[in-house]
Design a protein around this ligand. Structure first.
Ligand SMILES: [Zn+2]
Ligand SMILES: [Zn+2]
Length: 530
């Protein structure tokens, strides 16, 4: 390698689906170096939550942060970074900048409970889990945020250009292109898909430009639905509601405050327009963050996608928190949309006990139900079984329904179609999926995306060193990628499974090292033969 070549390293701080944080270090041929962080998310998975409290990255070494979209598992550690000294810009789309503050404030409000949860879980190690950040840290964070227009290329550091492309995951979501350029050298380009979906009920997702599809790219690609095809997802939400109406059931719909709640309201409005909602039904909504986000959506859509800005159903009523306990004395048969999506937080905690013991009621989930959530308990319990909610037991009499059709992620077939539009991906790093899904998806890409030169998994275990040896005029690829074990793995001493996994990974990387050494020896031998 010449000293005048580009070098980069790519590593991640997350293991599976939540806690998205990717570090991209770039060394330019002239010697300058930058460190970019792509997303700065909070770990929500129970087994990784302790990682939020580990200081594994010095914020003062980061030159810029890029945010793909406004989900806490992609933004929730930003205030911690700022609290610990980060002072450089945080780039995101203008819409994400608009939505971000109230979600970070909400996260700050939960930090006390979050710390308490881990203190209880790890007795003896309580000192490790202090409140991560407060509202004032969020205020400082917001001051560093810069809103960027879609498709407008911006040079954020000398030789580093970024472009945000429209992504259907949620309103404001993006895919981010990072282009590193130096005089007469071939550029080094990275595309971070973030979480993505190819369509959105509120706005059109334009095709990516052809120049991008032809560009020599290193792609970091999500894999949440890496083993689920579109044909595995039953479209049943509307049918479930119609059946509920026919039986005269009161219906509770659990929804995430952002995207899911608005998409459900939009669907209800369409059903209303078609005359499918019987007159005796009244639509109620509860959840302060969701209600604020409904208003924000209306405002943003007025300019971003005006034809769908009027998505709220007619005569919808916001439940006054003081009348939650008397909800069933309110007018009419009920359709209630409330947060949180997994029912463990927000007003859902008040409503589930009221609905669960009613014979003629339906609780409809509209997304993933993680372990240790009320949604998961409801799904797992049999009819008439007793469920513990808070300190009280309840008998499950209501019908529980769920659907995956409202997912905001692309399915496996859609992802493969997406990847196969690109003609020059030199390295594809799979991330943001459950471990076994990531491995499975990696195999799928290898067998179904013949143009991809190399595929691997990006998580806390590995660092990828990337060398760009090419000159501007080179027609062929001169990128070399080497995988090394990462040193940042932090273990929870209490987690036996995790320890086992780590030992397995250690063995795997030792094995790989041996294979690489052997290959290098072989190469040397061949060289000496000529
Ligand atoms: Zn997301
Ligand atoms: Zn995510």
């Amino acid at each position: 390698m010449k000293s005048s070549d580009f070098k980069a390293y790519l590593s991640a701080y997350h293991n599976e689906v939540t806690g998205s944080r990717i570090l991209l270090g770039i060394s330019f041929p002239d010697g300058k170096e930058y460190r970019l962080l792509i997303d700065c998310g909070y770990f929500q998975e129970v087994q990784y939550r302790y990682l939020n409290y580990v200081d594994d990255l010095d914020p003062t070494t980061i030159d810029a942060i890029l945010i793909t979209h406004n989900h806490i598992d992609h933004t929730g550690l930003l205030p911690k970074m700022v609290k610990q000294g980060y002072r450089n810009p945080i780039y995101m789309t203008e819409i994400t900048k608009e939505l971000l503050p109230r979600f970070l404030m909400d996260s700050a409000d939960q930090q006390e409970d979050n710390a308490k949860y881990l203190q209880d879980k790890f007795p003896g190690d309580e000192w490790k889990f202090n409140v991560l950040y407060h509202r004032e840290n969020v205020d400082r964070t917001i001051k560093l945020c810069r809103g960027v227009k879609y498709q407008k290329t911006l040079e954020i550091l000398p030789g580093v250009k970024v472009t945000f492309f429209v992504n259907g995951h949620i309103l404001g979501a993006s895919m981010i292109l990072v282009q590193c350029t130096a005089y007469s050298r071939k550029p080094l380009n990275f595309l971070f898909t973030g979480d993505y979906r190819l369509k959105n009920p509120f706005y059109k997702v334009p095709e990516l430009p052809n120049w991008l599809k032809k560009m020599e790219l290193i792609m970091v690609h999500e894999s949440t639905y890496g083993t689920t095809d579109s044909s595995n997802i039953k479209v049943c939400f509307k049918r479930h509601l119609l059946e509920g109406f026919e039986r005269g059931q009161d219906i509770l719909i659990g929804a995430f405050a952002q995207a899911r709640m608005q998409e459900i309201l939009f669907e209800l409005k369409k059903m209303q327009d078609e005359g499918l909602i019987p007159e005796e039904y009244k639509i109620y909504v509860d959840g302060p963050l969701g209600i604020k986000t409904n208003l924000a959506y209306e405002e943003i859509l007025k300019t971003f996608s005006p034809e769908n800005s009027n998505f709220m159903p007619k005569d919808i009523q916001i439940v006054d928190p003081r009348s939650r306990d008397n909800f069933f004395s309110l007018e009419g048969k009920k359709i209630l949309i409330t947060t949180s999506g997994m029912l463990s937080n927000g007003p859902a905690k008040n409503y589930v006990p009221m609905f669960i013991e009613r014979e003629n009621a339906m609780i409809h989930l509209t997304g993933y139900a993680a372990e240790e959530t009320l949604a998961r308990n409801l799904l797992d319990a049999k009819r008439a079984e007793t469920i513990q909610i808070g300190s009280k037991p309840y008998q499950k009499r209501a019908v529980i329904k769920t659907t995956r059709e409202k997912t905001s992620h692309a399915t496996r077939d859609e992802m493969l179609g997406f990847i196969n539009q690109f003609t020059n991906i030199v390295f594809l790093a799979v991330n943001h999926g459950a471990s076994e899904v990531e491995s499975d998806f990696e195999e799928t890409i290898l067998s179904q995306c013949p143009r991809i030169q190399r595929v691997d998994i990006l998580n806390r275990d590995y660092v990828y060193c990337i060398y760009q040896f090419g000159n501007e005029e080179d027609k062929f690829s001169n990128v070399i990628v080497k995988r090394m074990p990462a040193k940042m793995q932090v273990l929870s001493p209490k987690d036996r499974n995790y320890r086992k996994q780590k030992q397995k990974q250690k063995r795997k990387s030792r094995h790989e090292e041996r294979v690489m050494k052997k290959a290098a020896k072989r190469k040397l031998k061949q060289k000496n033969q000529f």
